[in-house]
Design a protein around this ligand. Structure first.
Ligand code: ZN
Length: 406
């Protein structure tokens, strides 16, 4: 049992310490009390703790300091001061600027004290090691990460700042706008030019592409908002990929098996089942974990590559070197290659794996993957347009429409 004088002394030490931590954080920011460095506050806390009394008291004070610092943080449940203290030991080629320049998010009290706009503009990019655990995704990207920005406005404003996600956001934002434009142009053509049936079939592909690119752009913008938002939008991002693959199959199977109703319906049903299964897997909480990156690439690659079966069926049916086969299969193979290269770069994290810290802002694997996804989607659009044109021009089916028989 502790005596009351000991307790009083301890209380006083802790309140002194609390004041010091507050003072240090205010002094470090210069702008507002939210922008202090975790390293700065942690150092003061550790130094001060060693200045007080016996070992037992030090431990107690240390615990109190942990509580004070935890109170100041708005981060997720996985964070702990031990992470921060670990950062103090971190020693690499980093400039001091990077360590000092990672502001902690404001606590609710802090945000009330300052203007929201000032706070939104005040954050600085930080080093991977200074990120909370839930934002640590790719350790080959060293600098230039956004800190947690628990405000939608701040996240959307960050689109116009330079950081590790800028390239990812813009590649799919521009792709989203481009596909939206093409879709609107296609759908609004007069029906003498493009028939309603064609519009519906192409519409499935457009919806897949637009939803995929839209969710992807939104995920990369909001991933640093909070644990919950990051998790929600990463799930939507993966669902978008599944929808793009499903949407890509629809026109290909429709025009590929134009006169063969039974295989068309069977393949489309299989694609729907595989798509729904991919969406179910995407909704699994652990699916977005960094360690499962190869599994994610594997799931979507297998789904896409399942198209090899109808493609072989189709080639045997149409003849490998018929005009129609050449028109459709060439583009299909090119699309497949672009997706496979993209998925491999994504899973292996090349080139940043080979040159860690050299592709932090531009040229990282995820950006290349994004560009390849857009290129593959446009190649597919071109391929299915050629197939559709061929079918519309030579549309008379020589084989009568088969009823489904089992
Ligand atoms: Zn992405």
């Amino acid at each position: 049992m502790e005596s009351s004088s000991n307790l009083l002394e301890r209380k006083k030490s802790v309140s002194d310490l609390s004041a010091e931590v507050e003072e240090t954080s205010t002094a470090t920011t210069g702008l507002d009390s939210s922008g202090h460095s975790s390293a700065g506050a942690g150092t003061t806390a550790t130094t001060t703790a060693t200045q007080h009394g016996s070992d037992e008291t030090e431990e107690d004070i240390f615990e109190q300091v942990q509580m004070i610092l935890r109170k100041r943080r708005g981060w997720g449940p996985d964070d702990s001061l031990s992470n921060d203290l670990h950062l103090l030991e971190y020693d690499d080629e980093l400039g001091e600027e990077d360590d000092a320049g990672c502001p902690l998010p404001s606590t609710p009290e802090d945000t009330q004290l300052i203007e929201a706009e000032v706070w939104e503009a005040s954050w600085k990019v930080c080093h991977y090691k200074n990120l909370p655990k839930w934002l640590q995704d790719n350790d080959f990207l060293h600098r230039g990460h956004r800190p947690p920005l628990p405000s939608f406005r701040a996240c959307f404003k960050s689109i116009f700042r330079i950081h590790t996600e800028t390239g990812n956001i813009w590649t799919h934002l521009l792709g989203f706008i481009a596909f939206l434009g093409v879709a609107v142009y296609f759908i609004t053509r007069p029906s003498v030019e493009i028939q309603t049936q064609e519009k519906i079939v192409f519409g499935a592909f457009f919806i897949g592409a637009i939803v995929c690119l839209g969710f992807s752009f939104t995920f990369h913008t909001l991933s640093c908002h909070s644990v919950e938002m990051g998790r929600l939008f990463s799930k939507l991002d993966y669902c978008g990929i599944a929808l793009l693959i499903m949407g890509s199959f629809v026109p290909w199977l429709y025009y590929g098996f134009y006169c063969h109703y039974q295989p068309k319906v069977i393949y489309l049903s299989v694609v729907c089942v595989l798509g729904v299964l991919s969406i179910i897997v995407s909704l699994w909480d652990k699916f977005s974990e960094p360690a499962l990156r190869p599994l994610r690439a594997g799931v979507f690659m297998s789904f896409g590559l399942s198209g090899v079966i109808p493609a072989i069926h189709y080639s045997i049916m149409e003849g490998w070197f018929s005009q129609m086969s050449r028109a459709s299969l060439g583009w299909l193979i090119l699309m497949g290659l672009l997706y496979i290269i993209g998925a491999l770069l994504y899973a292996l994290r090349v080139p940043e794996r080979w040159f860690p810290g050299k592709f932090d802002i531009w040229g990282q694997s995820h950006q290349i993957f994004h560009i390849l996804v857009i290129a593959a989607a446009f190649v597919h659009y071109h391929g299915i347009s050629e197939m559709a044109m061929y079918r519309v021009m030579y549309s008379e089916c020589t084989v009568p429409i088969e009823p489904i028989t089992f």
